[in-house]
Ligand binder design. Sequence first.
Ligand SMILES: O=C(O)C(=O)C[C@]1(C(=O)O)C=C[C@@H](O)C=C1
Length: 306
Amino acid sequence: MPRLAYLGPEGTFTEEALRLLDPTAERLPCANVPAALNAARSGEADGAVVPLENSIEGAITTTLDEFAWGEPLLITAELLLPVQFSLLARPGTEIPHIKRVYTHPAAITQCRAFITREVPDAVVVAAPSTAAAAQEVSLPGSPYDAAIAARIAGEHYGLVELATDIGDRSDTVTRFVRVARPGPLPEPTGSDRTTLVVFLADDHPGALLEMLTEFSVRGVNLTRIESRPTGDGIGRYFFHFDFEGHVADARVGEALAGLHRICGEVRFLGSYPRADGIAPQIKRGTSDSEFAEAGGWLARVRAGQV
Ligand SMILES: O=C(O)C(=O)C[C@]1(C(=O)O)C=C[C@@H](O)C=C1
């Protein structure tokens, strides 16, 4: 039974994602995303489950930066979880009396319209996670009147639900990934995704276009691109890419090798099955058999068999 670290405490959306990814895993709740990833790195856990992006908020930048700078980890699975938020409070609290709300920053963004409309005068404070907020609000002396979290967190910490499904959109989805220390990759399934971090060798006109060309000429379809500051000053960035396919696919392998030739550093973050099961559209000339045939042809040319 694997031991998986995650953003705790009990009742986070991350815990729900972990349970769906591996119902039998032993769960190790951690205070924040870096702590969960460090538990996987150190061997305290066999892996970790962390949020990576949200359909409203976009990238979870702490996760992206940890993947880029920390000891290498590999993504082995992903999950898309619909997220629904509730306004939770101690029994007896009424919405007009709420002056301080506690929740995770991603939830603040996703519930902006509700907060503005229903508790316009409340101060909204960032919590380490939605469940940490619910846990804090449940304490009798808590300085907070309400938490925004999953309904299950309210049930867990003895809070009442003052409002249900308070997200600006009811179809919000958060993408979670399971990571492990470097080891054998998941087998290709025909519906896979690969994640990379790329650092430029130097800044010059067309540097981004050159990177994109490595994908484009091999028919590799990108599914996410993000730039993040390197920390070395304004205008210095590195890039995160998600794209269709597995590193075992010829077109993906060739694109990676191309990036490796022209970039400063390419950090491979894993090839793993896509949660939505979508298979890539393979452009003419970019299938494995066409790459193999072209390789054979080149070998014959090099041998003078023209
Ligand atoms: O706080 C939680 O419950 C989490 O699992 C974190 C998190 C996030 O980081 O985006 C996960 C899903 C929701 O989008 C809000 C918060």
